[in-house]
Design a protein around this ligand. Structure first.
Ligand code: PMP
Length: 449
């Protein structure tokens, strides 16, 4: 239904508008081009819409302002890192206090036990430790799983994302072989050696993968969120638990994104029972921090070994991991944000957004769909996919790039890499309605209506 020539013309006009509206970002991009590799501090920052990444100056609540003085409604929220809302005053205060009294000593601070207790209350797992990022946490718990089971491999879902963890950057090719993600930057050691990959929502494939008896852990999101939102079918997660238990494979649930389902993530919302749980990104309201929780059984097996000198702990943690600043930020964040009452505000906004987008889609008879998980929602150019491969096949980069740029030029930042919006208690219904209007206008322009 989309005329590609029209799409390209519209996109070119948006590209011009982007450049014209942002002289200061353009100038900074030029400067940055000299000393920064690829002109940006992180490779994925090259993926933003527009000829250059806009440079932000300040963010607060659900909004930010760029260096050209333009204000945006932030539906990306640092891809969940700022899901609490930006620059929470209480967290800012805690960070300042801690910065003034010492950030890092390698010793535990007084906040550590409080944080562990609160994470236990929220997610239900018995014992906790800290990491700097969800990536790190995933790396550490995979190490634990291999240590405890004596098995070499890990299993992941096709088209998953769990951070820059080598074992998890794997997909199935058309022949069902485990291969690195297409175009992988420096593909890792043969990923088929380390990893078994199974399609989401496919218990039979999981059973077959685990039957080899060599899988230490299954690491998964309870709903895929990194190739769009793919929700579990009824009974699927029960089957996952039953099959992993039967195979002696540890079940690791990564709640880094699915914490959008509620204060205890999907684990609490859906009554899941993982052996290990990982959560990162928003728990420090943007200060780098992550945590992993383990069941009582895993804790009983691992804790005494950690305390003794029988194992080498060098493979887990880093010098700055669990530093006092991160713990102070997490403590204050969990005290004032990501609580029931916060989700009670954010989730209806995500629902309103999904309804608004669905209304535009229906009005134009497009075969597109919207999916929501708690405070997060996303639109697709196809019916809701049931696994990662069909989700990946439905990605339309050209169309996506246009819709992102169109929104950005009208003051809305969407999450890069997919058509996702995330809500905080700081958004308003007017923010949602602005997106609905802007999205509707983009569709009308595309269809020439
Ligand atoms: N797990 C999941 C489910 C994620 O979505 C991500 C990042 N998008 C990570 C882990 C890694 O988080 P980080 O980049 O903060 O280490």
């Amino acid at each position: 239904m989309i005329d590609r020539t029209r799409l390209r013309e519209l996109h070119a006009a948006e590209e011009r508008r982007f450049v014209d509206d942002r002289p200061r970002s353009a100038a900074l991009a030029k400067e940055a081009g000299d000393a920064l590799l690829a002109g940006v501090p992180m490779p994925w920052m090259t993926r933003w819409p527009g000829a250059f990444p806009l440079v932000f100056e300040r963010a607060s609540g659900a909004r930010f302002t760029d260096v050209d003085g333009r204000e945006y409604v932030d539906l990306c929220l640092g891809d969940t890192g700022a899901m609490t809302g930006h620059a929470l005053p209480e967290v800012t205060e805690a960070i300042a206090e801690r910065a003034a009294t010492g950030i890092t000593t390698m010793l535990p601070s007084t906040d550590a036990a409080w944080v562990a207790e609160e994470l236990r209350r929220r997610f239900g797992l018995a014992r906790w430790q800290m990491a700097m990022s969800a990536t790190d946490a995933n790396r550490f718990v995979l190490r634990f799983a291999r240590h405890l089971t004596g098995r070499p491999k890990v299993a992941v879902m096709d088209w998953c994302y769990h951070g820059t963890v080598d074992e998890t950057l794997a997909v199935l090719d058309e022949g069902g072989r485990v291969v690195p993600r297409p175009g992988a930057l420096g593909p890792q050691v043969d990923v088929a050696v380390t990893t078994r990959v199974v399609p989401f929502n496919d218990p039979a494939a999981l059973e077959a993968a685990l039957a080899h008896g060599d899988v230490a852990a299954l690491l998964m999101e309870p709903a895929l969120t990194n190739i769009g939102i793919v929700l579990p079918e009824d009974g699927y997660l029960d089957e996952v638990r039953r099959l992993t238990r039967a195979a002696g494979t540890l079940l690791i649930i990564d709640e880094t994104h699915t914490i959008c389902a509620g204060p205890g993530g999907a684990t609490r919302a859906w009554g899941l029972d993982p052996d290990i749980l990982v959560v990162g990104k928003p728990i420090g309201a943007g200060v780098p921090a992550a945590a992993y929780g383990v069941s009582a059984d895993v804790a009983d097996a691992l804790g005494p070994q950690m305390r003794s000198h029988d194992i080498d702990v060098a493979g887990v943690g880093g010098t700055l991991t669990g530093n006092a600043l991160a713990l102070a930020a997490v403590r204050r964040t969990l005290s004032v944000a990501l609580r029931e009452e916060d989700f009670a505000m954010a989730i209806p906004l995500a629902q309103r957004w999904a309804d608004g987008v669905a209304g535009v889609i229906a009005a134009h008879g497009l075969p597109w769909h919207v999916q929501r998980l708690g405070a997060r929602a996303e639109y697709w150019f196809c019916p809701p996919p049931r696994d990662g491969a069909s989700a990946a096949a439905a990605v339309d980069e050209e169309l996506e790039a246009f819709l992102h740029l169109w929104a950005l030029n009208r003051g809305i930042l969407l999450t890069p890499f997919h058509n996702m919006a995330l809500f905080s208690p700081h958004h308003t219904e007017a923010d949602v309605d602005l997106h609905t209007r802007v999205f509707g206008e983009a569709v009308e322009a595309l269809l020439g209506r």
